[in-house]
Write a protein that binds this ligand. Sequence first.
Ligand SMILES: [Zn+2]
Length: 116
Amino acid sequence: MPVHEMSIAQQIIMTVEKILREHPGETCKSVHVKIGELTAVVPESLTFAYQALTEDTPLASSSLCIESLPILAKCRSCDTVFGIRDFEFLCPNCSSHEIDIQQGEELHIEKLELVS
Ligand SMILES: [Zn+2]
């Protein structure tokens, strides 16, 4: 099993369990996460890891919904905002390498769907 996704799934589960402790009597139906492409997380592997780690736990019936966020960057010289493909960190407008990453490093839980 991929180690990277395993540890991320573990962190997600720990956070969900913590939130569930604050909501006694409720169970988690689904976990919505946002993951930027720069994190190099493979959504299928993360789903697999989540299912494997929640097996035989109260979270076994919950599902993990992953939203992938593409990498977006902004050029410092011409202010162009562009998507990055194939990890080519270059402004398509002026070919500058002076860019700021605006999106793609996210890795957080967006929301939990709890049912009582
Ligand atoms: Zn530029």
